[in-house]
Design a protein around this ligand. Structure first.
Ligand code: UDP
Length: 326
């Protein structure tokens, strides 16, 4: 019996690399395609040389091809942190639009299932809380976050158009804030910033008064949900995230506890269009996938902090905190 084969765009990124590992562990062949603008080969270096693993350095907004058979395509290529997509606004729009089109074209011609990595950002600054998949969202199309939000909204529309018009077997996952090892230290998101600041004894930078909320999911839970979604029969978007909601200032305090740090908290200006609240309604994932996250925030931080300590030891103690204004 030949093994099944999956192509993962963005497979050298944070979430993509965990998916590559999971599919290898479950006896699939894995082809990672990444242009490495925000991905990093270090994330997948342990997979190089394993039978059935292949890496192709390529920008998926260009024509993409794979000569072997493909059973699934997971489209995860995109800058994904607010800092990154504001640094690469045009690439972000292109990978969500042209890249999704190319990946869907390959799925159609190879008869592969297609799974789109969408995002809670399609809900923008939500007026309905928590957010069910039926909510259409509140997005500022011309704001600084619009490049990501609209690219992903377009990508969802394109995915369902290929399903309806060409019968491609598609899935859409709306991913809420996810964390774990392999996040870039300087990607600017709350978790890498806070953990690095706490380890270095620097003040933790709370944007605004810190009352804005997020709901943080450990990456091991997320990739299990994505596996289940791929193997389900649903074409509708499915939220995956941890419904435990926390104000950012309390999240910073949890990081201080997990790192045993006595760093101060300082307040800085809130970035433009920063969503006030965010919490997934995961009823659909519970019903259809029988999935829910298992890792608590305390446990997830315990799993994640050693990675950041190790990276800081390797790279020296230089501050890497970045802000949109930098
Ligand atoms: N945030 C913060 N300090 C930081 C980085 C982020 O207070 O050093 C806030 C940010 O303004 C947002 C929340 O933390 O309200 C989560 O930000 P992140 O960039 O992780 O992801 P987002 O959910 O906004 O995409």
């Amino acid at each position: 019996m030949p093994k099944s084969r999956v192509l993962i765009t963005g497979g050298a990124g944070f979430i993509g690399s965990y998916l590559a590992e999971l599919f290898m562990d479950r006896d699939w062949e894995v082809v990672v395609m990444d242009n490495l603008i925000t991905g990093n080969l270090e994330n997948i270096e342990h997979l190089f040389g394993k039978q059935g693993f292949q890496f192709i350095e390529q920008d998926v907004t260009e024509y993409i091809h794979h000569s072997g058979s493909l059973d699934a395509i997971l489209h995860f290529a995109s800058p994904a942190s607010p800092i990154d997509y504001q640094l690469y606004p045009i690439q972000t729009l292109k990978v969500g639009s042209l890249g999704t089109h190319k990946a869907l074209g390959l799925a159609r011609s190879s008869g592969a299932k297609f799974l789109l990595a969408s995002t809670s950002e399609v809900y923008g600054d939500p007026l309905i809380h928590p957010q069910p998949e039926s909510y259409w969202g509140n997005v500022n199309p011309i704001g600084v976050r619009g490049v990501y939000d609209e690219a992903k909204r377009f990508a969802e529309a394109m995915t369902l158009a290929y399903h309806r018009a060409h019968g491609v077997d598609t899935r859409i996952v709306r991913i809420f804030n996810t964390y774990g090892s392999r996040m870039r230290l300087n990607d600017g998101r709350a978790l890498p910033n806070f953990v690095c600041q706490a380890i270095r004894g620097e003040p933790l930078t709370i944007y605004g008064d810190g009352s804005q909320t997020r709901s943080f999911c450990h990456v091991s839970d997320l990739v299990e949900g994505i596996w289940k979604l791929l193997h389900s029969g649903t074409h509708q978007p499915v939220n995956l995230g941890n419904p435990t909601e926390i104000p950012i200032i309390d999240f910073a305090r949890k990081v201080l506890e997990a790192t045993e740090s006595d760093s101060d908290l300082v307040h800085e200006t809130l970035p433009e269009d920063d969503p006030r609240v965010r919490q997934p309604d995961i009823s659909r994932a519970r019903d259809i996938l029988e999935w829910e996250p298992k890792v608590t925030l305390e446990e997830g931080l315990r799993l994640t902090v050693p990675y950041f300590k190790q990276k800081i030891r390797e790279t020296g103690n230089d501050s890497t905190t970045v802000r949109e204004s930098d």
